[in-house]
Design a protein around this ligand. Structure first.
Ligand code: CA2
Length: 146
């Protein structure tokens, strides 16, 4: 099984600013942790990050028939991008949404997710650990469905 890990805008800068909101782990740290979990679960990972909405959509299109599921932190596009939601539904790739911060404890404009309604589930507010929880939950859901 191959799982895509998709990160959106500004997440390439993790660990450099606002550690009180996003923690001190860099995206590389998160991906290294995920590689250990993937090895334990016996799955392979495809890693991608982009600051551009269209590129995130192109990445998803390219993953059709390649990955069996996606863990996504779409950053601020979570709250705005109908196009990204359409890309998930158009590709039929099952996914789990993850957020480092508890978006529901933040500004109202972060309370709505364009993706949550078509996701398997969401993990929010558990910091970098949330990615590992999302990966475990995604893989176990896909295996149960198979
Ligand atoms: O909590 C999350 O994971 C978010 O997806 C992060 C997004 C934010 O727009 C969402 O509402 C919640 C922002 C990512 C910004 O990343 C930074 C990285 C380094 C320094 C500052 C911000």
């Amino acid at each position: 099984m191959i799982i895509g890990i998709l990160n959106g805008p500004n997440l390439n800068l993790l660990g450099t600013r606002e550690p009180q909101i996003y923690g001190s782990a860099t995206l590389d740290d998160i991906n290294t942790g995920l590689a250990h979990v993937a090895a334990e679960l016996g799955v392979r990972l495809e890693l991608a990050q982009s600051n551009t909405e269209g590129t995130l959509i192109d990445i998803l299109h390219g993953w059709r028939g390649v990955v069996q599921g996606v863990v996504v932190n779409a950053g601020a596009y979570t709250h705005t991008s109908l196009a990204l939601r359409d890309a998930f539904t158009a590709t039929s790739i099952p996914f789990v949404e993850v957020h480092l911060s508890n978006v529901y404890a933040r500004e109202p404009e972060r309370h709505h997710s364009m993706l949550a309604g078509v996701a398997i589930g969401s993990v929010t507010g558990l910091g970098a650990d949330g990615y590992a929880f999302a990966l475990r939950g995604l893989v176990s859901t896909l295996r149960r469905r198979a």
